[in-house]
Write a protein that binds this ligand. Structure first.
Ligand code: GLN
Length: 321
């Protein structure tokens, strides 16, 4: 048989085997969603199907793999912090950004207020916790709130390779109505001069980018761009490689909040979670991964999503450590 045909058949077989393994893992892990909880503190997120679980893998070379609930839309929530950090770094460079927000993990829950008062000088510890992300949102350039959001949306559409991306008004208003803790963080930070300007406007911008709606396919695309040091599949450089280095570092040290250490040991892949149940993962120079499973563990990370990534990392030897 022709060499090329043999090669083609063997790579098809590999894809089928991988696909079968993904399906098995999903079937095995999915019942564990019963042990997790939806993020009902944002009431609209409480309407999700808690048993949903899906994964999309977009390798730098090879075919896209998709299994489970891959077309269910969900909101980025904290995963948007990766995009706003990248945009702020492109807008201002690292010196300015890191004069407003630190580079260290917290060991506290994502919405904790406690360290804001303890740190001297007062500065949120990193851009992946709520306080840090609100400080980053306050830095996004634009002549008014609408333009700032349009710039975030525009970059998101490019990174996700999906011009149809928009935000969920239902989730946005649900957060707006219940987001007093985030307002408290922001007012505290204005008093300590970490942020300046209209706090309500800054917090609304933050709620809006958290409410951007995506699927696992979109997340896998973003993971691909990060894994490919800023270039998309068409070879366009969407962000400088230096920015992806900073983003990857934060994903490893703070991306899974106060579960980041355990995740680094058990999974070892740069990742960022959101309370709607999404996990963005990027294996540098190998693949982008998007996972969705809205039932969360006690740290606010997708309970099944974490287990699925652990299986994948162990079986395919993906840990970067
Ligand atoms: N919008 C959410 C909040 O502010 C984001 C938190 C998260 O995804 N961990 O609480």
């Amino acid at each position: 048989m022709d060499n090329e045909i043999v090669k083609g058949m063997s790579s098809m077989l590999q894809v089928l085997t991988k696909q079968k393994r993904l399906k098995q893992w999903i079937n095995e892990i999915q019942p564990i969603s019963k042990k997790g909880r939806l993020a009902t503190y944002i009431p609209q997120l409480g309407t999700a199907n808690p048993d949903a679980l899906g994964i999309v893998i977009c390798p730098l070379d090879g075919d896209v793999l998709a299994e489970g609930n891959t077309s269910t839309p969900f909101t980025l929530q904290s995963i948007s912090k990766v995009i706003t950090l990248a945009l702020a770094l492109m807008d201002h460079g690292p010196d300015k950004v890191f004069s407003h927000v630190g580079m260290e993990p917290t060991g506290d829950p994502f919405n904790s207020i406690v360290k804001l008062e303890m740190m001297k000088p007062s500065k949120p510890l990193n851009p992946m916790i709520n306080a840090g992300a609100i400080a980053v949102s306050s830095l996004i350039k634009g002549k008014n709130a609408d333009e700032k959001f349009e710039r975030i949306l525009d970059l998101t559409r490019k990174l996700l390779n999906n011009p149809g991306i928009t935000y969920s008004e239902d989730v946005y208003w649900s957060e707006w109505e219940t987001g007093d803790r985030n307002r408290a963080l922001a007012y505290f930070m204005r008093e300590t001069k970490v942020i300046e300007g209209d706090v309500e406007e800054i917090v609304s911008l933050y709620f809006k980018h958290c409410s951007i709606e995506v699927t696992c396919f979109d997340l896998a695309q973003l993971g691909y761009v990060l894994a490919n040091y800023g270039r998309n599949q068409r070879g366009e450089q969407l962000m400088p490689a230096d920015v992806t280095r900073v983003v990857h570092s934060f994903m490893v040290t703070c991306g899974m909040y106060n579960g980041s250490g355990e995740f680094a040991i058990k999974v070892g892949i740069p990742a960022k979670s959101g309370v709607a149940g999404g996990i963005l993962a990027s294996v540098p120079q190998k693949m982008g991964i998007g996972v969705y499973g809205p039932a969360l563990n006690e740290k606010g990370n997708s309970i099944c999503g974490v287990l699925l990534l652990q299986k994948l990392s162990e079986a395919w030897n993906l840990s970067i450590f």
